[in-house]
Design a protein around this ligand. Structure first.
Ligand code: ADP
Ligand code: MG
Length: 249
């Protein structure tokens, strides 16, 4: 599904990712772990198409298409979705307005008001959030945990195929994490892949990853199974070596 090859990315002249490579197959759940400030969110934003980052070299292909030549709208249309680490608030635009426009933009058809309301109400129930969220401003005045739930509300309406969860678990209480993880498990199918960025094992206990990678010095320094995440949780990242020209900052 997604193939990143030898990607080097910088921002403000500072190299964040160096020769970074990662492959994610259809239906795969991949976890990426690493110390703070190492470039995990950068990877997600670069895949999504954030133009603040400079691609120095390398490639990203998505279903055999050159992803780097597409803008963020086209990437979204192809089913790429990012749940941001810190979801932004958009005042004055309601969830319902944004989602209806996004659906219309995607399908080219007028959304049926009643069908739309029925669907969004069902999703609210699944996420254990009040239906009043539907008409609230996007993430406006919501708590950290509510914002994450609201982002998943968007996700289930837009039905993406490649999902990046950037620290979805941060700011979530135990019950909310279970609700969200359970809803994601129900959503999963053979053609949906997930990249999970996390520091904690709990989310991975629900969404058992097929592979776990450790990022350090701009690239993946260790790969393994679920057991690697357990080892990271127990021992931290200090033992992972960075190759000679790696820059840890
Ligand atoms: P992580 O998600 O692994 O904690 P990030 O990808 O957010 O790390 O950041 C990696 C590095 O890039 C950090 O040193 C951060 O300060 C820097 N960085 C990220 N985005 C920007 C930006 N927009 N402007 C300047 N520096 C940035
Ligand atoms: Mg981050």
């Amino acid at each position: 599904m997604l193939s990143i090859k030898n990607l080097t990315v910088s921002i403000d002249e500072k190299v964040i990712l160096k020769d970074f490579s990662l492959d994610i197959n259809d239906g795969e759940i991949v976890a990426l772990m690493g110390p703070n400030g190492i470039g995990k969110s950068t990877i997600c934003k670069v895949i999504m198409g954030d133009t603040h980052y400079k691609i120095e070299s390398g490639s990203i292909t998505y279903n055999k298409e050159d992803l780097l030549s597409l803008d963020v709208v086209e990437r979204s249309r192809r089913g790429i979705y990012l749940v941001n680490q810190n979801p932004i608030e958009i005042e004055g635009v309601s969830n319902a307005e944004m989602l209806r426009s996004a659906l219309e933009c995607r399908t080219g058809e007028h959304t049926n008001f009643f069908e739309f309301n029925k669907r969004v109400t069902e999703i609210c129930k699944r996420l254990n959030i009040p239906t009043s969220f539907i008409h609230r401003g996007i993430n406006e005045g919501m708590s950290g945990g509510e914002k994450k739930k609201n982002e998943l509300l968007h996700l289930y309406v837009l039905e993406p195929k490649f999902i990046m969860l950037d620290e979805l678990d941060s700011g979530l209480d135990v019950d909310s994490l279970r609700d969200l993880a359970t809803s994601l498990k129900e959503y999963l199918s053979e053609d949906i892949s997930i990249l999970i960025i996390t520091h904690h094992i709990s989310i991975l206990e629900y969404l058992k990853p097929d592979r776990v990678h450790v990022l350090k010095g701009g690239k993946i320094v260790e790969s393994g199974s679920y057991d690697l995440a357990l080892s990271v949780e127990g021992n931290g990242f200090r033992s992972y070596e960075v190759s000679s020209d790696g820059d840890d900052e």
